[in-house]
Ligand binder design. Structure first.
Ligand code: GDP
Ligand code: IMO
Ligand code: MG
Length: 427
């Protein structure tokens, strides 16, 4: 029995979907534990190419139970559409279950996400517009609607009425927007409840039973450590914790049972949305990375901001998330670079800083200090063994490993499942 978590080490989109699809081979359960449909996880395997937003990336193995845990915010329409899309591609979703405790994204959450962003003007966070901030705010404010509520129309009616009254007051009086009709929202969401009911379970019990039976559980992170509301570049963050602490809570699992924590990092850095990014490259190199890697958001299609690997941020992410091992993805994207760089420190007003700053203004002032090394200038997408990687690529990986502070267990050299170089086995 072993519990392994796969966690993003940067600002999201590190390639967690690919790594989970690969590692799910030996898992009995794959559990999403945080975020919502702000996540976009790309999986390319023998069944096809998929962009998953809510369904765990273990869905492609019929013997894997794909669990959407209590910590995930559910937009029912998005989930039902995703299930329908998978079915059309011949993927059986009979192995999908959804926590009765998960919170529901309501229409006012999506509306308020957009209105709040507009009101922020030039300080907009650049959210995905999926209602994530408002739904998690309501969860903590005890104003949430949960999956279980949708299954009992009478109690749902009583729960929704005062909440919708408050939200309509907010929509009309603060934002001068149109109110939502109680009947429309109620009817639509009761119907969603009917359609989702076959999937609903007390998932924490299923996970516990699986562990009792000695099965392997894989926890699938969403977003990345630097988007964590406590430790990320606040307020330019998301609204649920992508860290290992969030995994224990969002799956309902005893944290002491989590054995391996694999931090996923790209061989460079990307960020989508606003907020400081010290290694951002606003030049030809940044454009080259974006175009070579087609760095456009899986969820929103927005161009991702690109830059060199930031090991100050990366080692911080590693420590707060307790990574036991590291997966490096998209190494192949650097094939075309005559020189490759790793940011090993920041400089602020002539002073060297080696810690990820707390204050946003300080982070915005950080100028990267780089270690520079020769690139390998040859294609590595077909390499499957570490020894076959060019010497310069191995040197770059050794420098990354040193800078992050944990062993690299695998390297991804292409988007497909098999385009992977395994370096160490997890025991
Ligand atoms: P996630 O949100 O962490 O699952 O990552 P995304 O799916 O949003 O973005 C990662 C992108 O990189 C996707 O388009 C993947 O297909 C792609 N990808 C993953 N690993 C590799 C790799 O090693 N090489 C290349 N070229 N693409 C990769
Ligand atoms: P995956 O799981 C990259 C970013 C948004 C925005 C900020 C807040 O695919 O790695 P939100 O909609 O969550 O309120 O937006 O967080 N963001 C992500 N960036 N990958 C993601 O998920 C993200 N989920 C949220 O772009 O900057
Ligand atoms: Mg993504």
């Amino acid at each position: 029995m072993s519990v392994t978590a796969v966690i993003g080490g940067q600002w999201g989109d590190e390639g967690k979907g690919k790594i989970v699809d690969l590692m799910a081979e030996t898992a009995a359960l794959v559990v999403r534990f945080s975020g919502g449909d702000n996540a976009g996880h790309t999986v390319i395997n023998p069944r096809g190419e998929f962009a998953l937003h809510l369904v765990p990336s273990g869905i492609f193995y019929p013997r894997v139970l794909a669990v959407i845990g209590n910590g995930v915010a559910i937009n029912p329409r998005v989930l039902l559409d995703e299930i329908a899309k998978l079915k059309r591609c011949g993927i059986d979703t009979g192995n999908l279950v959804l926590s009765s405790r998960a919170h529901i994204i309501m229409p006012y959450h999506v509306l308020l996400d957009g209105l709040e962003e507009k009101a922020r003007g030039k300080n907009a966070i650049g959210t995905t517009g999926r209602g994530i901030g408002p739904v998690f705010a309501d969860k903590i404010a005890r104003l949430g609607i949960r999956v279980v509520d949708l299954l009992s129309p009478d109690s749902f009616r009583d729960r929704l009425a005062p909440i919708l009254e408050q939200k309509n007051a907010l929509l009309t009086r603060i934002y001068c927007a149109a109110p939502l009709s109680f009947d429309d929202v109620f009817e639509e969401y009761v119907q969603f409840g009917r359609e989702l009911s076959p999937y609903v379970r007390e998932t924490e019990v299923l996970i516990d039973q699986a562990l009792e039976q000695g099965k392997n559980v894989l926890l699938e992170g969403a977003q990345g450590a630097l988007l964590d509301p406590d430790f990320g570049s606040y307020p330019y963050v998301t609204s649920s914790s992508p860290l290992i602490g969030g995994a224990a809570l969002g799956a309902g699992i005893d944290p002491r049972k989590i054995k391996h924590v694999i931090g996923v990092y790209k061989a460079y850095t990307t960020r989508v949305g606003g907020g400081p990014m010290p290694t951002e490259l606003l030049d030809e190199t940044g454009n080259l990375i974006r175009e070579r890697a087609r760095e456009y958001g899986t969820t929103t299609g927005r161009p991702r901001r690109c830059g060199w690997f930031d090991a100050v941020a990366g080692s911080f992410a590693c420590r707060i998330s307790g990574f036991t091992g590291v997966a490096i993805t998209r190494l192949d994207i650097l094939d075309a670079m005559p020189k490759v760089k790793i940011c090993i420190g920041y400089e602020i007003d002539g002073t060297r800083v080696e810690r990820f700053p707390v204050g946003l203004a300080t982070l915005a002032q950080c100028k990267p200090i780089y270690a520079e090394m020769p690139g390998w200038m040859s294609p590595i997408a077909e390499v499957r063994r570490y020894e076959e990687l060019p010497r310069e690529a191995r040197h770059f990986l050794a420098e990354l490993e040193e800078a992050i502070g944990r062993p690299i267990v695998l390297v991804s050299v292409g988007a497909r499942r098999e385009q992977t170089v395994r370096i160490r086995n997890l025991d």
